[in-house]
Write a protein of this length. Structure first.
Length: 146
């Protein structure tokens, strides 16, 4: 694993409370195009960004071409990303772990895209001091209730 990516993953996991670690457990695919690696077949996100260079999560339901035993929730980091980006992606993993049943209010302009991004951005705001457009206190009760 590329050292910079390893350090970002370690830093991200370091800010996530230990009791949540089982809920954010996942695989990581780093430094490679996920389509080339055979993880999934999606080349472009709905907003036009290429998955070959965009951090994202590939859920088991994106991997129907793989044997069921090989399908795992996977955070994809095709290039070097900041720890905050990894925390954001792990927020998506958490959201999947709780069945996508929880909604969060948008706390950043990016969070206004959809409920999935709202949850991941609220997760970052809760964990990372100074992240987002609102103080972390706005999301503390939401995540403490999970």
């Amino acid at each position: 694993m590329n050292r910079g990516r390893s350090e970002a993953i370690t830093a991200a996991l370091g800010v996530i409370p230990k009791p949540l670690h089982p809920l954010v457990a996942c695989d990581f695919l780093v430094g490679v195009d996920p389509v080339f690696a055979g993880l999934h077949h999606f080349e472009t996100a709905t907003d036009g960004r290429a998955y070959s260079s965009t951090a994202h999560v590939a859920y088991p339901f994106h991997q129907n071409h793989l044997a069921a035993s090989r399908r795992r929730t996977t955070v994809v980091l095709p290039k070097r990303h900041r720890p905050a980006t990894v925390v954001h992606e792990l927020g998506h993993v958490l959201h999947h772990s709780v069945g996508f049943d929880h909604d969060a209010k948008p706390v950043t302009s990016y969070a206004q895209r959809n409920r999935m991004e709202a949850f991941a951005e609220a997760f970052c705001t809760w964990l990372l001091h100074g992240y987002g457009d609102y103080p972390a206190a706005a999301t503390v009760a939401f995540f403490e209730a999970l």
